[in-house]
Design a binder for this molecule. Structure first.
Ligand code: NAD
Length: 474
């Protein structure tokens, strides 16, 4: 049994309600968790608000040292945390361990950024006065995270928020609240004062988040999740003009030019497609290969995909775990059926091995027609559609033909082409001859309907700071 974490205490929900967290590999109940209510949400804001002045006034070096301890504790406990992630999310243990180490790096990076919060002093153009600009913490933050990276999506927000001097209420996805609660305990142990980080698991996400966004004390919403829910929350945030950061959905194109090193491109595609079994916003959703290499690329990708070991995420040797829940499998299944009905060819995979379970086989499709839904929608599963193209212009046009703009990948042996195409791709991030872009030291985020704001890098802390300016004469 796990409770809410408010004001440094584990507390049950105000109405005593609980919900089950399910292991998607077996369908068994892993834990029951307190189901936060609106009353609990307000209590969490009370705690964050009460803790805010002292935390904002804590020396940046002291905030940084607490973050550094959190990084150390997290890396020491990486195996334990990875097992928990694998159990509640389903992902294979190597993916879960990779996530923990990546997640911990946000604490380390922001332990170093806490002492580098910028500020400027300039002479005004008229010469009559000085312009003093300082950055202060934005205030109480509401952080809403998805289930696909239960640790990393939380630390990517908590790290910069703590470094900036903000207090917060984290509302984790209800499929994966256990990792967030484990992080809360770890942060308390690292020295985060009571009330600075509160965790509110809740099945009634809409009601609790809405209540917090309509509370005058809340000044910031940082959301990671689908574009659909992001739009709803942008409207909610508009009521009180709450500062927002939005990390939303993606539909990443993966371009392979005929002059690319095909071995490297296959390796990159396996990472971009299969990290987290395709349940990533950065997942390669559409693979475009230039006509002379398209057939060979699809065949070699299918060979690699079909050789992957599928099974329960925590089992030895498993590379692809179950998807997070039955609805996720239904969606992937429906998208593949739609593509096949419209003329796509299944090179490997396709079909549900266990109609009652959460597993879906690694799948490669070719001859995918432009009207197939999976070229427009996030697949969020281990399915790679390969489409062929002829010219560079066509590749850019196909890649940009989406309302999303999170990440794009391209492989080419010609660096000039690589940089030229990178500049033309409508994406916040580009992997040039790389299948992985995520890095705590780099600004992660999207353009178009993939989001607003950046997480990670020097830029990430700015989302939790507000510039204040003093016009001063002396
Ligand atoms: P989701 O939008 O369904 O849920 C995200 C979070 O919002 C969860 O905590 C959920 O409980 C909560 N939520 C749902 N409805 C809500 C409402 N009406 N009001 C307030 N909160 C609500 O997304 P998901 O299925 O958990 O995650 C997958 C999505 O997240 C994909 O679209 C993926 O691309 C995106 N994602 C984006 C990034 C990024 O950095 N851009 C990273 C990871 C995932």
């Amino acid at each position: 049994m796990r409770d809410l974490f408010i004001g440094g205490q584990s507390v049950p929900a105000a109405d005593g309600g609980r919900f089950d967290v399910i292991d998607p590999a077996t369908g068994d109940v892993l834990q029951t968790v307190a189901n936060g209510t609106v009353e609990d949400a307000i209590a969490a804001v009370d705690a964050a608000d009460a803790a805010a002045p002292a935390w904002a006034a804590t020396a940046p070096r002291a905030r940084g040292e607490i973050l550094r301890r959190a990084y150390q504790l997290m890396t020491e406990r990486a195996d334990e945390l990875a097992r928990l992630i694998s159990q509640e999310n389903g992902k294979a243990l190597p993916d879960a361990l990779g996530e923990v180490l990546y997640a911990a790096e946000f604490f380390r990076w922001y332990s170093e950024e806490a002492v580098r919060i910028p500020g400027t002093l300039a002479t005004s153009p008229s010469g009559t006065n000085k312009i003093l600009v300082q950055y202060r913490p934005v205030g109480v933050c509401v952080l809403v995270t998805p289930w696909n990276f239960p640790a990393a999506m939380a630390t990517r927000k908590i790290g910069p928020a703590l470094a900036a001097g903000c207090t917060m209420v984290l509302k984790p996805a209800s499929d994966t609240p256990l990792t967030a609660l484990a992080l809360a305990g770890l942060l308390a142990e690292a020295g985060v004062p009571d009330g600075v980080v509160n965790v509110l698991p809740a099945r009634r996400s809409g009601a609790v988040v809405s209540a917090m966004l309509h509370d005058d004390r809340v000044r910031k919403l940082s959301f990671t999740g689908s574009t659909e829910v992001g739009r709803v929350l942008l409207r909610e945030a508009a009521d009180r003009v709450v500062n927002v950061s939005m990390e939303l959905g993606g539909n990443a194109p993966f371009l392979v030019f005929a002059d690319a090193d095909l071995d490297a491109a296959i390796e990159g595609a396996m990472i971009a497609k299969m990290r987290n079994a395709g349940e990533a916003c950065t997942s390669a959703n559409r693979i475009y290969a230039q006509a002379p290499v398209a057939a060979e690329f699809a065949r070699r990708l299918a060979d690699r995909m079909s050789a992957l070991t599928v099974g329960p995420g925590t089992a030895d040797g498993v590379q692809v775990g179950p998807l997070v829940n039955r609805e996720a499998v239904d969606k992937v299944d429906q998208l593949v059926r739609d593509a096949v009905a419209k003329g796509a060819t299944v090179v490997t995979g396709g079909g549900r091995p266990d109609p009652e379970g959460c597993f879906y086989p690694p799948t490669v499709l070719t001859q995918v027609p432009p009207e197939a839904e999976l070229l427009r929608e996030e697949i969020f599963g281990p399915v790679a559609p390969v489409v062929s193209f002829d010219t560079e212009d066509e590749a850019v046009r196909l890649a940009n033909d989406t309302e999303y703009g999170l990440v794009a990948y391209l492989y080419t042996g010609d660096l000039a082409r690589g940089l030229r195409v990178s500049e033309r791709l409508e994406a916040g991030m580009v992997g040039l001859n790389r299948g992985l872009v995520s890095d705590p030291a780099a600004p992660f985020g999207g353009v178009k309907q993939s989001g607003i704001g950046r997480e990670g890098g020097h830029e990430g802390i700015l989302d939790y700071l507000e510039a204040t300016y003093v016009a001063v004469s002396w």
